[in-house]
Design a protein around this ligand. Structure first.
Ligand code: SF4
Length: 585
């Protein structure tokens, strides 16, 4: 009972910033496969729910993964997961729409279907009157294959235009009781991926060999993209203090990134770079300031957003402050630094990503040590007290010296900051194990053995502790291992996810131990060895599980970027007015 009470308290604490639609007769439950406080911090989820809810054809509700204590209670009472607004059984909806931003939530998709009493595998739903189960979101358009056996239809790409088109087409096909015929019709929508049309074939050595296609037209799915971001506003729509960004009003400033860092999925999958205009951002920020004093600017890299200093100034002039997601050090202008430091902004995130000049060339960071130090000096000089520095460890081509350089660079930043201002507050080093992502030049590279990453983190912990006033916040290599498995996995990884769900694995530790058990059992487990997806180098000419998606990116371009990484050659940032090299423009 307290589970429902908590949902009602949460609903009462929410402030909805748009006119709710009275609703049509297609019932849709939009599901975020993680807990409420993370879901409500996710702009993608909020936007998708808004698109469904304001469509006149639809009556939409939300559902979330119950919190850990709720899950325990529900298990005890044998209760099912229900919708957030009206506590309806998920099986009563016509459509369940998963919005998935992170691949690690694929496990929760399976768990939620099970907790809703719905057969998890698509094949087991073919005969019953089950909801149509669809999925979209950034994880899905990188690589949907690990959950391809559980979802009826994927929508690949950006949803602003695709979801209304999907709903209109669904409405037309609704009169038919023939589920397969309806799916076939929906599958003709640009961006729709029907996994039933694609059958992966595996070679003698267990690797994906090819994919057999039995649908109409070409065996590819063209990912959707909107050309002009200014036509759509992506900003907070429902505010709640409980969200992990509860004190902020979030505004999306850009999609994609011009810099082309070779590890970064967002920089490649959302190509070409698109920005919202400064006027649009200022207008949205001013609207946000009536609700919250902090405006969170969301996107891959915020210092190169055109007009960002004016946006920051307009927010500071109105008494608020801007919190940008991440800043490229050499793009921080004095005007931006000064505006950020006003009205009590004491903390800024800078992402050198790698400690050595050599590694920054490998990853195409286009950023020198001098530029990083000058930026740190300027930020502290204008009043910023705390710096958060993002680094990665275990990158392709990395040597031990490159890892030590993370500590050296941090020490130099600290020294410059202290020279500028005696009482520099806190420096936090955020260290993330490298996870190879589909659609990046490093998609063929393995994740480093987690034991090696662990010892690098331990070494850095020791080095950084000598500096004083530096805190190390390191992501677990075990967590990164699972992330790599679901990022690079093929359809057979779905069976591994089922096993994790059946074993009741929840945290990174439990998942890691079960994956190691699977590896030890070998062929007896009936499952592929997780290492074959995580620590294996994929061959240049191998069929990759996500190859059937057309991201309008040439594979040869990604390979040439990989080769340039080996030779430590950099590629200049995108010039969308002239360049056509990668295929995205
Ligand atoms: S075509 Fe050129 S400018 Fe356009 S996204 Fe590709 S590299 Fe960038």
């Amino acid at each position: 009972m307290y589970v429902r009470k908590r949902a009602l308290d949460r609903l009462a604490a929410e402030k909805v910033l748009y006119e709710r639609s009275p609703g049509g007769d297609i019932s849709v439950c939009v599901i975020y496969p993680n807990i409420y406080r993370l879901a409500m911090a996710n702009l993608g989820f909020q936007s998708v729910f808004h698109i469904f809810e304001t469509d006149t054809l639809v009556a939409a509700e939300r559902a979330f993964l119950p919190d850990a204590d709720e899950r325990a209670d529900m298990r005890k009472r044998n209760e099912r997961v229900v919708s957030f607004e009206e506590a309806r059984a998920l099986s009563e909806f016509e459509i369940l729409a998963f919005s998935i931003s992170f691949e690690t939530d694929y496990l929760n998709v399976i768990s939620m279907l099970r907790m809703a009493g719905i057969p998890t595998r698509r094949a087991d739903r073919a005969d019953g009157n089950w909801p149509l189960i669809i999925a979209g979101g950034s994880a899905v358009f990188l690589n949907p294959e690990p959950i391809a056996d559980f979802i009826d239809l994927f929508l690949i790409g950006e949803g602003e235009e695709m979801i209304p088109e999907f709903l209109a087409r669904y409405h037309q096909t609704r009169s038919t009781n023939d589920r397969a015929a309806r799916l076939r019709e929906l599958g003709t929508l640009e961006g729709a991926y029907l996994p039933d049309y694609f059958t992966p074939l595996y070679g003698d050595r267990g690797q994906l060999h090819s994919v057999e296609y039995c649908g109409p037209g070409q065996p590819t799915v063209s990912r959707r993209l909107i050309r002009d971001l200014n036509q759509f506003t992506t900003a907070s729509l429902i505010l709640t203090e409980e969200s992990v960004f509860g004190d902020m009003y979030l505004v999306e400033a850009s999609r994609g990134c011009q810099w082309g860092c070779r590890f970064c999925a967002a920089g490649f999958m959302y190509r070409p770079i698109r920005y919202r205009s400064p006027e649009h951002l200022i207008e949205e920020a001013q609207r946000g300031l009536t609700e919250r004093s902090v405006i969170g600017l969301v996107g891959a890299e915020m210092a190169s957003v055109p007009g960002v200093a004016e946006v920051a100034e307009s927010i500071a002039d109105a008494g608020g402050r801007l919190s940008p997601s991440s800043l490229k050090a050499d793009c921080i202008s004095p005007q931006l630094a000064a505006a950020l430091a006003r009205n009590g902004n004491h903390s800024v995130t800078v992402a050198p990503e790698a400690g050595s000049e050599r590694m920054r060339k490998v990853i195409n960071k286009n950023l020198s040590e001098d530029e990083i130090l000058e930026a740190a000096e300027m930020m502290v000089g204008t009043g910023v007290e705390n710096l958060k520095l993002y680094f990665m460890v275990g990158l392709p081509e990395e040597r031990e010296h490159d890892v030590r350089e993370i500590a050296h660079l941090t020490g130099k930043i600290l020294a410059r900051a202290r020279a500028q201002k005696k009482s520099v507050g806190h420096v936090t080093v955020s260290l993330n194990p490298f996870v190879p992502k589909p659609w990046t030049p490093f998609q063929w590279d393995p994740m480093e053995d987690p034991r090696a990453t662990k010892s690098k983190i331990a070494m850095l912990r020791g080095e950084l502790s000598k500096l004083g006033a530096v805190e190390l916040d390191a992501e677990s290599p075990r967590e990164a291992y699972f992330q790599t498995l679901v990022s690079r996995g093929d359809r057979r990884v779905g069976a591994i996810l089922e096993r994790l769900d059946a074993a009741g694995c929840e945290g990174a530790g439990e998942i890691w131990h079960e994956l190691k058990r699977i590896a030890r059992e070998g062929a007896a487990s009936g499952l592929p060895n997780p290492d074959s997806y995580v620590t294996r180098h994929y061959a240049d000419d191998e069929t990759l599980p996500w190859d059937f998606i057309d991201h309008h990116l040439h594979k040869w371009f990604l390979l040439s970027e990989r080769k340039k990484a080996h030779y430590e050659h950099q590629t200049p940032p995108c010039d969308v007015t002239r360049c056509v090299v990668c295929g995205a423009c």
